[in-house]
Write a protein that binds this ligand. Structure first.
Ligand SMILES: [Zn+2]
Length: 209
């Protein structure tokens, strides 16, 4: 049940049903989700750790403010430094079992994309985050993988805009990345990852327009 409560609040935050900076009252969530205070406080604590919720002394909980344009640029700059190189290494280290896992995740994302809705969007953000993490795991540098994971980049990026195009285009880009990985084409995988991140940046830049 704790996980369900967490997922419900995560969905509200990712799909902007709770606006960035918006107040979150524990009592309000207790009534709405019809659960006790404990799982709600647990979920909010976990979301605080992921940077999606802020707890202020004497005020209580609120949704984290939207990332700034500067932070957005910094996140993408960092991703472009680390992830294309990670994809290149992953292409040299990938095996059948790992490819199967990546394909499974891609299929889950494809199904979610066609069902639409707020909870699908939030689930898609999580799966995308896991997909990129899997590639960094295959790449084999745990320190780099940890750095990216701690930033929870995908949650902050997906929260900039609640739009179907964000998920649709990403699927095609993931497919070409998988193709390069599965044929062991290291330069191809590097290019595909770079292009995916650059296009993602372009799509979400609109949020600042
Ligand atoms: Zn992606």
């Amino acid at each position: 049940m704790a996980d369900d409560v967490y997922e419900a609040i995560f969905t509200k935050l990712l799909s902007l049903e709770i606006a960035p900076g918006g107040r979150i009252t524990v009592d309000g969530l207790v009534r709405e989700l019809e659960v006790s205070h404990t799982p709600i406080r647990e979920a909010l604590g976990r979301l605080e750790g992921e940077g999606l919720v802020v707890k202020t002394h004497l005020v209580g909980y609120s949704a984290a403010p939207q990332i700034t344009r500067r932070r957005f640029d910094e996140l993408y700059e960092l991703r472009l430094l680390l992830e294309p190189d990670g994809a290149r290494r992953a292409a040299r280290r990938v095996n059948e079992a790992r490819m199967r896992k990546l394909r499974e995740r891609t299929e889950q994302m494809r199904k979610l994309n066609s069902s639409r809705g707020r909870s699908s969007y939030a689930r898609f953000a999580r799966l995308d985050s896991e997909f990129h993490d899997q590639i960094m795991e295959i790449a084999g540098n745990e320190l780099i993988r940890d750095q990216l994971a701690h930033l929870h980049t995908h949650f902050h990026i997906f929260r900039l805009m609640y739009h179907a195009r964000v998920t649709e285009e990403a699927l095609a880009e993931h497919d070409s990345l998988l193709e390069s990985l599965s044929s062991g084409d290291a330069p191809g995988a590097e290019r595909a990852m770079r292009s995916h991140i650059e296009r993602s940046r372009q799509r979400l830049l609109e949020a600042f327009a």
